[in-house]
Design a protein around this ligand. Structure first.
Ligand SMILES: *Cc1c(COP(=O)(O)O)cnc(C)c1O
Length: 504
């Protein structure tokens, strides 16, 4: 028979010890002051902290202990703070200067506060009726970016989505519906004897590769465009492959490039690829989830200025515009295209005819029905602190990553694997006399040990089938000091591990 665990969630008494039910707004007053103190203490902690990777079984025990029925007599606000403590204790400390490993950043408090507000006052953002302000905020943010692209007001469009994975899928669907006959109505099938295909960079994000399976063209109809020595899509190869696709019975209806790639942050040659796409009547989409934010910087905008030629591109504001996840901007150069991803109609939420509201309605451009109004976190931060808040931080990250490159490039026992286009940098610790499998193994062992020491957090990636170390500089407070310290630590760990590797 089943044994009943004695600490399942819930109790028969749903009121707190002051007799209030869970909806009582007075709870904000009770809990926010102390919660605020704890957040400040955590965020102002200056120590170098990576991640204390919690053993899942240990974490399960600690989390289960919080459910224990005997705790019911402790006030709800106290028990909430206990959960917060566990939360802070077990995640990556993104506010620490030891954090150099993932693509998300600490957020400006105003964005987090607005996230709380939009959770407290639900306004699902997909339909104007339910979320008037978020739909208007979409328009206002869209106008800001249109100006960076020199796109003419009124000709382009933007819809916000929950993540770039969804934005990429949405864009390729729009491309398919526009370029491949009646695929929305009748399914995707051969057109004039040609098989529908997409072409993507060999270093594309995994969400891009998945699209082929989701839209039903199949993985065998994904053409992977080879990279050049700078890990960008090679233009001569792309030209040759794309211009000759027809001869091998393939209709490439969409080309997906990156700005930048997730592994190395590399920007593909956008202007050239857009031209080739045009030649074969393919839609040109750019996954600019990570580097698209460079548009905001006057100093570095030219690194992604080719985005203006894209039929569509996306930017993850929850990565490089530093707001809470998930908030992605999906842009269409031609506003009519925005409505072609999901051309069906639902009478309970949509109108048949255009009216003053329809221009603000994101539902038809959007896979999601209920959608968090995360755009408000971006818009509110933008209106209160201005574009300068974003561009200053972005420029600091570019400069700091360049500094990391210079330090690594100058070190004889390190090899930088590419020049950074933004804030991602891959490298290896490579003292003389090590190569092949050992070289890769050494990187992984170094990273494991570095993480277990708990002061630095960096990531890893495989490049040319050999593991490498990967920095993502998301904390603008990181200085040359922390970078030098990281390098010294890697060198120390590497020197310790290497003679012991034979025994492993
Ligand atoms: C992070 C990332 C994605 C996925 O975006 P989500 O917002 O996590 O869904 C796609 N492409 C690139 C280049 C990325 O860096």
């Amino acid at each position: 028979m089943f044994s009943q665990p004695d600490n399942r969630i819930g109790s028969s008494d749903t009121r707190d010890i002051k007799g209030r039910n869970a909806f009582d707004p007075d709870f904000y007053r009770e809990v926010l002051p102390e919660l605020t103190e704890r957040l400040i203490e955590y965020l102002q902690d200056n120590s170098l902290r990576g991640v204390r990777t919690a053993d899942p079984s240990q974490l399960l025990l600690r989390a289960r202990a919080l459910q224990d029925g005997s705790r019911q007599s402790i006030p709800v606000s106290r028990r909430l703070l206990d959960v917060l403590d566990l939360h802070m204790d077990t995640g990556i400390a993104v506010s620490s200067k030891g954090y150099m490993g993932r693509q998300y950043s600490s957020v400006p408090p105003v964005a987090a506060i607005y996230d709380l507000i939009s959770a407290a006052l639900p306004q699902p953002a997909t339909f104007y009726e339910g979320g008037p302000l978020p739909n208007v905020a979409d328009k206002l943010i869209s106008e800001e970016f249109g100006a960076f692209l020199n796109w003419e007001l009124g000709t382009f469009d933007m819809v916000s989505t929950t993540g770039a994975s969804l934005a990429n899928l949405t864009a390729v669907l729009a491309a398919r519906n526009r370029r491949v006959g009646l695929s929305w109505e009748e399914g995707t099938s051969d057109v004039d004897g040609l098989t529908p295909c997409i072409a993507i960079g060999a270093d594309s994000h995994y969400s891009v590769e998945r699209i082929a399976g989701i839209i039903g063209i199949g993985q065998s109809n994904v053409i992977k465009l080879p990279l050049d020595e700078k890990r960008r899509i090679s233009v001569p190869h792309a030209r040759e492959i794309l211009l000759s696709a027809k001869e091998s019975g393939r209709r490439v209806f969409c080309v997906v490039a990156s700005a930048g790639t997730t592994s190395t942050g590399t920007n593909d040659p956008l202007a050239e690829l857009s031209q080739i796409s045009q030649q074969i009547d393919a839609w040109f989409h750019v996954d600019a989830a990570h580097n698209g934010a460079l548009l905001v910087s006057d100093q570095y905008r030219d690194r992604v200025s080719g985005l203006r030629y894209a039929d569509s591109f996306c930017v993850d504001a929850h990565k490089t515009l530093f707001v809470p996840a998930a908030c992605t901007l999906l842009f269409y150069r031609d506003k009519e295209s925005a409505r072609s991803a999901f051309p069906s109609y639902a009478s309970y939420v949509q109108e048949r005819d255009d009216n003053p509201i329809s221009a603000f309605e994101s539902g038809i451009k959007n896979f999601e029905c209920t959608k968090r109004p995360s755009i408000l976190n971006l818009w509110v931060t933008w209106l209160l602190y201005g574009r300068g808040f974003f561009s200053e931080k972005i420029e600091t990250l570019v400069d700091r990553t360049q500094e990391a490159y210079d330090l690594i490039d100058a070190a004889e026992d390190f090899v930088a694997l590419h020049e950074p286009d933004f804030n991602i940098l891959c490298f290896r610790y490579q003292p003389p006399g090590i190569s092949g499998e050992d070289l890769g193994k050494l990187q992984l062992l170094i990273r494991d040990m570095l993480l277990s020491e708990g002061r630095f957090f960096i990531s890893k990636v495989e490049l040319d089938e050999t593991p490498a170390l990967r920095l993502v500089i998301m904390n603008h407070e990181i200085s040359r000091d922390e970078l030098s310290e990281l390098i010294a630590n890697i060198r120390r760990i590497g020197a310790y591990i290497r003679p012991r590797m034979l025994a492993l």
